[in-house]
Design a protein. Structure first.
Length: 146
């Protein structure tokens, strides 16, 4: 029996976008992939990311912010960088690991200076929904059929 391939979602701080991607991948593609997330640095789990994911029934509150070096599981075949900074500073991965980039805006940066919590959450929801759409095309993006 073949083990499902592992996929790592990599972001700068592993606080928001990569965490949402891991949760969405587990929910939408858990039958096809083992999903992980990590950051170049560790910034802590973003409570607004937890909130907007919870609105869709996906609980990421048990996730923790971690760096690639702190991952217990390291057997992944794919790495997806979800922010431009992580793409630019992506650590070296062996050639057999396919690395792709799909950048999403950084909700904390995009909402800096906003006062309305509802306006702030709207940005987080937009990014969550963009990541969800990306997940639907991920197998094809990775060159996997079916």
């Amino acid at each position: 029996m073949n083990e499902k391939p592992g996929i790592l979602f990599l972001c700068t701080g592993n606080s928001c976008r990569s965490q949402m991607a891991e949760g969405l991948c587990r929910e939408l593609l858990g039958d096809r992939f083992r999903a992980f997330s990590a950051g170049i640095e560790k910034h802590g789990l973003n409570p607004r990311a937890v909130k907007v994911m919870g609105e869709t029934g996906i609980d990421i509150s048990g996730h923790s912010s971690k760096t690639v070096d702190e991952l217990e599981e390291r057997s992944f075949q794919y790495v997806v960088t979800v922010c431009d900074s992580a793409n630019e500073t992506c650590p070296y991965f062996p050639a057999e690991i396919k690395v792709i980039h799909r950048g999403f805006i950084d909700p904390p940066s995009a909402t800096a200076g906003m006062d309305s919590e509802e306006d702030i959450l709207a940005v987080y929801r937009q990014v969550r929904d963009e990541i969800r759409s990306f997940m639907k095309s991920l197998p094809e993006t990775l060159g996997l059929s079916g």
